[in-house]
Design a protein around this ligand. Structure first.
Ligand code: PLP
Length: 456
């Protein structure tokens, strides 16, 4: 049996990695100078690297390993499915049991009349599906001019041409000639960085009302949809003011614009409910899901859409699909993951145990001299690093430098906390215990102390 060569010395693995492996969102300089940290195994919330170090993963991999690492039930289900039916497609009027059962389960879990599922491989390509789906929907309703999708600066919707176009990351638009035509942007509801003298409530309303201004500017008859993450994740865990989403919903309803909630991070318990839309009180027409759908054990994503959209799309042939749409192994794994989330009451654990404990411990970090705001919703949180808490000032030096130093100190202290510019973010596996949260927060505080020492 072939095994992956875990046994090579770290320096040798790093040299092979640097020579041949191109990393997402990493510079060659970082890889060549320092080498990658090579993760070899994981259990629960703990990673192990090639040096035998045990690291507490505060990011659930990439916001996805919600049930924790190393669940044998998932491996067993995957192996069984591979033996029984490793692949079949869902094109041209064929189906298979894992895909149809997962679609049924998602319809049960999703709010409102979101009863229909179009499968993808991850979040980016599910958002590509959404672009084509909403434009096709309006075209089928004899309104083909309704093709503009409004999104938000600093939102993140993936790395494909469509996903990165929907996203509002200027650094991503700068590479590859993005965005594609027909995508417009409004500002994000980031009160701490941009709220000025307004209260969070005033600011939330003002930012939401930019949507109405944008719709009027474009012409309501040309707007197909608005897309947003209930809580922006990759943008730095920006928890919007309470006034924000109700106003967005009101505006979408008023102009008959489809609302797409990108639940790739917020879905499957991250905020203590099945979906962030429930936590934020949103009634979307489409939800994008991925990551927590399979807890990251295998790639899978999906668009979950309303009865009305499915009916209109079903009246035509939607010329769209991926070879691996509804891959049987991925669907079987996702079903097993959902069973674990339900039977082990993971959402209750987030709502009543781990979430409140993290919130209490995390908010204590706001006393640290480097920390401006410290916020948590469910099991996703962030801290804003600042040289001046009172004015909520950013660092004058290159944005992200202090965040990068802090991330390095976290690594050195054997925790994973990611930086987004000068915000530090956390989204641990949902099964994290209160004791593990204590270890994490203590190490985070130590890392902040060391970071402060370094920049003094
Ligand atoms: N949408 C959101 C909100 C995300 O956070 C991500 C990834 O982080 C994506 C879409 C893209 O998903 P994927 O990386 O699975 O393509």
């Amino acid at each position: 049996m072939t095994t992956v060569a875990n046994h090579l010395p770290t320096t040798e693995l790093q040299a092979i990695d640097a020579a041949h492996h191109m990393h997402p969102f990493t510079t060659g300089k970082e890889i060549n100078e320092n080498g990658a940290r090579i993760i070899t195994s994981a259990k629960g919330v703990w990673l192990k690297d090639s040096e035998g170090q045990e690291i507490l993963d505060g990011m659930a991999g990439l916001w996805c390993v919600n049930i924790g690492y190393g669940r044998p039930e998932i491996a067993d289900v995957a192996a069984r499915q591979m033996r029984e039916l490793p692949f079949y497609n869902t094109f041209f009027q064929t189906s298979h049991v894992p895909a149809l059962m997962l679609a049924k389960k998602l319809a049960e879990l999703a709010p409102g009349d979101l009863n229909h599922v179009f499968f993808a491989n991850g979040g980016s390509d599910a958002n590509d599906t959404n672009i084509r789906m909403v434009r096709t929907y309006w075209a089928e309703k004899d309104q083909p001019e309704r093709d503009v999708i409004i999104s938000r600066w600093n939102g993140y919707h993936g790395s494909t041409i469509g996903g990165a176009s929907l996203g509002g990351m200027k650094g991503m638009h700068a590479q590859g000639g993005l965005p594609i035509p027909g995508i417009e942007f409004i500002d994000e509801p980031n009160w701490w960085a941009e709220g000025g003298d307004q209260t969070p409530e005033e600011f939330g309303l003002a930012r939401a009302r930019q949507l109405e201004e944008k719709i009027k500017e474009i012409g309501p008859e040309k707007v197909a949809a608005f897309i947003g993450e209930p809580i922006q994740g990759a943008g730095g865990v920006i928890i919007p003011p309470a006034t924000y989403w109700p106003e967005i919903q009101r505006i979408c309803d008023k102009y008959g614009i489809l609302l797409i909630a990108d639940e790739v991070i917020c879905g499957f318990g991250r905020t203590g409910n099945w979906f962030g839309s429930q936590t934020m009180g949103i009634k979307p027409d489409i939800m994008t899901v991925a990551k927590g759908l399979s807890a990251g054990y295998v790639p899978i994503g999906a668009s979950i859409v309303s009865d009305e959209i499915a009916k209109v799309i079903g009246d035509t042939e939607f010329n769209h699909g991926y070879t691996y749409s509804g891959h049987p192994v991925a669907c079987a794994v996702a079903l097993e993951n959902l069973r674990i989330l339900e039977e082990e009451n993971v959402l209750e654990h987030v709502r009543n145990v781990a979430g409140p404990h993290l919130k209490k411990r995390w908010e204590e970090l706001a006393e640290h001299p480097l920390v401006g705001e410290a916020r948590v919703e469910g099991l996703m949180g962030s801290i804003a690093l600042t040289p001046d808490k009172a004015t909520r000032a950013p660092f004058a030096a290159d944005a992200g430098t202090v965040g990068y130093i802090c991330r390095e100190r976290c690594f050195a202290n054997n925790i994973v906390m990611r930086h987004v510019g000068d915000r530090m973010v956390i989204a641990p596996p949902l099964v994290i215990t209160c004791e593990e949260i204590d270890i994490f927060v203590d190490r985070a505080r130590k890392s902040l102390d060391e970071c402060l020492e370094k920049i003094r």
